[in-house]
Each structure stands twice: as C-alpha cells, then as structure tokens.
Design a binder for this molecule. Structure first.
Ligand SMILES: C[C@@](CO)(OP(=O)(O)O)[C@H](O)COP(=O)(O)OP(=O)(O)OC[C@H]1O[C@@H](n2ccc(N)nc2=O)[C@H](O)[C@@H]1O
Ligand SMILES: Nc1ncnc2c1ncn2[C@@H]1O[C@H](COP(=O)(O)OP(=O)(O)O)[C@@H](O)[C@H]1O
Length: 309
C-alpha cells in the first residue's frame, strides 16, 4: 500500500531561543559604523514561538504578537520577523502572503536578541510553509543581511561570532549551565550602547579576540571556570547609561551567583549559578530585592530554531 502524498502544511510553528553573550569583546568602530567582535553566543532556554499561517490572496503580510511584552513589539514593516518573511519571499520570487504570529517570551530590547530570534524563526517557519527548502547557507546569508545577531538563533548551542558577529563558528559545550536573567523596566537601544562604548574607549579599543580560557571552560562544562572568565566589553557602557544596573548585579552576587554580567547591550542582567537549585534561590532573592522587574531561570545550551510538529 502506498501512502497518500504529503500535503503542504497550512500552518507551521517554530520555537527559537534567546541568547546570552558569555564573552563580548568589542573592537574600535569600523568605517561602516559597525564594530568587529569576538562574540561568544550561548543559546538559553527562553523561547519565542513564531507561527506562520497560509493566507492566500491576502493584500499584505499580517503580523500579531502576544505575551507580557507584546505592547513593546512593533507590528509594522520594521518588525524583524516581517522583514525576514518578506526577504525570503523575494529570494524565491513569491508573494509574502502569510500571517505571522509571535508568541513572545524573550524580554524585548533586553540584550537577549529576541527580535533576531523572531527573524530566524520566521525564516524557518516560512521556508517550511512555502516548501522552498532553502539551503542552510542561503538561510544564514539572509539572516546576516537582516542583522548581526540573526544567524545565531537559527543555529543555537554555542558559537563564536566574528566580523560584526554574523560569521559563526560552532563551539563545543561539555555540560549544562544554569542561569538567572533579571529583566529591567525599559530597554536599552543597541546603537546607543555601542556609541557610549566608543565614547568611553575614545574609539581606540584593542582588536577583539576570543579567550582560550573561556572556550575551554565551555568545552569542559566547567561552571567555576566559566564564572571566572565571563566578560562583556559593553557592560561599562550599559552601566554608564543605566547606573541602577549595578544594584541588580550586586543583588545577584549577594544571593550566591558565581558571576554576574550584563547580557549583551543590556539592560537584562545574567547570573551564573552553581546548579539548578542555586538558580531558583538566586531568582527568588532577586525578585524580592526590588532591583529588577522579573527574575527568570533558564538552562543552556539550548537548541537553535526548530519546527514544532
Ligand atoms: C550587542 C549585541 C551582542 O550580541 O546584541 P544585543 O545585546 O543588543 O542583543 C549585538 O552586537 C547586536 O546585534 P544586532 O542587534 O543584530 O545589531 P545590528 O542590527 O546588526 O546593528 C544595529 C546597530 O548596532 C551597532 N552594531 C551592531 C553590531 C556590531 N558588531 N557593531 C555595531 O556597532 C550599530 O550601531 C548598528 O547600526
Ligand atoms: N520581533 C521583534 N521582537 C522584538 N523587538 C523587535 C522585533 N522586531 C523589531 N524589534 C525592535 O528591535 C528592538 C530591539 O529588540 P530586541 O531584539 O528584543 O532587543 P536586543 O537588540 O536588545 O536584543 C526593539 O526595541 C524593537 O523596536
């Protein structure tokens, strides 16, 4: 007996992770305004879900968003998920007749690359919905056009991002790391944080390089060694723009975190815990400290964007 031919799905949902930068080494500004980076991305188990639904004959792409931070997400053409779907349609000479829904759990403008995650998720969801089977290399190239951070959530796990962060080399991770993420009221704009970095460094930062100790700590799954090597060159700039983050970092280390740092351009603060139980205790203490909006636990590494069946 032969089975019926598969019919294309009318709806596809993709789950896609947030990131923390366990090392973010930033060089001087380039002529194009970007900065060369040694950006060690680690995917963490906080996820957005992107659902793409067939909308044949629709005048234009439709976009909705749900979740506690939904009101902060732009629903116009500037939304990175919408831009991703439009870009993939153009790549295949298709009309972007699709309805996208973002179920948002990643903090918005928090330095956890939620918008980038949505773009990567939308690309994968539309590729599956339209049956376009875009080769991985082409998907990654489209991601890199959309933003420096967009290729990573497609891949997940851990990776070194070079250039402006878009050129990825996967990294081995030898264990599970437990984190607490303290979100803040109000975001920080990434370009403003890079500008403040340039002001603080006088535009003369050294060329960035990955730390061999940090890569070894990741590969060994050694939480103590990782805690000793976490580094974010954008942290002084984020603290300069938002001095109250110092209280958040101190509250987490006071509650037993092995290390604390600003996640990427901030203002979310990341705390590395010895294990899952310690992470729960640190999250409770942070929530009670009055120094953050929410405190969430998450484990890493997390997988990259994946279709949920
Ligand atoms: C800082 C990081 C760390 O992973 O992320 P967040 O913490 O904001 O999530 C990234 O570098 C953010 O990447 P992403 O948000 O994709 O940046 P893009 O859209 O490519 O660029 C936005 C703006 O950020 C600045 N930018 C970004 C990347 C880079 N290597 N150098 C830069 O100077 C530029 O001002 C650029 O115009
Ligand atoms: N799908 C999206 N989700 C969240 N923000 C988005 C999205 N698309 C565009 N944006 C815009 O990108 C800005 C940065 O958002 P986000 O990616 O969450 O933070 P960060 O760059 O700090 O990691 C937001 O303030 C918002 O205006």
């Amino acid at each position: 007996m032969t089975s019926a031919p598969a019919t294309p799905a009318d709806q596809v949902t993709v789950r896609v992770p947030a990131k923390v930068n366990v090392q973010l080494a930033v060089g001087p500004p380039r002529p194009d305004g970007f900065h060369d980076l040694a950006n060690v991305f680690l995917a963490v188990g906080l996820y957005d879900e992107i659902t793409a639904t067939r909308a044949e004959g629709a005048e234009r792409l439709e976009l909705t968003c749900s979740g506690p931070d939904a009101s902060l997400v732009p629903l116009d053409d500037s939304n990175l998920a919408a831009r991703a779907a439009t870009r993939l349609a153009a790549h295949h000479n298709l009309r972007p007749d699709v309805r996208l829904h973002i179920s948002k759990d990643i903090p918005v403008a928090g330095g956890m690359a939620g918008g980038s995650a949505d773009a990567a998720g939308a690309l994968l969801a539309c590729d599956e919905l339209w049956g376009t089977a875009t080769p991985r290399e082409e998907l990654l190239a489209i991601c890199a056009e959309l933003g420096s951070d967009v290729p990573f959530p497609l891949v997940g796990g851990a990776a070194l991002g070079e250039g402006r962060g878009e050129r990825l080399t996967p990294l081995p991770v030898g264990g599970t790391f437990h984190w607490v993420f303290a979100t803040a009221d109000g975001g920080l704009a990434t370009p403003a944080v890079y500008r403040e970095f340039d002001r603080l460094t006088g535009g003369r930062a050294p060329e960035p390089a990955p730390s061999a100790h940090l890569l070894a700590a990741l590969a060994d799954g050694d939480v103590t060694a990782l805690a000793a090597t976490l580094a974010n060159d954008l942290q002084p700039a984020a603290l300069s723009l938002r001095p109250s983050l110092r209280d958040t970092l101190d509250a987490g280390t006071g509650a037993g975190a092995l290390a604390a740092l600003v996640s990427g351009s901030g203002p979310t603060c990341a705390f590395l815990a010895a294990d899952a139980d310690a992470a729960e205790l640190i999250a409770k203490a942070l929530a009670a400290s009055g120094t953050c909006r929410t405190a969430r636990v998450a484990a890493s590494p997390a997988p990259g964007a994946e279709v949920l069946r």
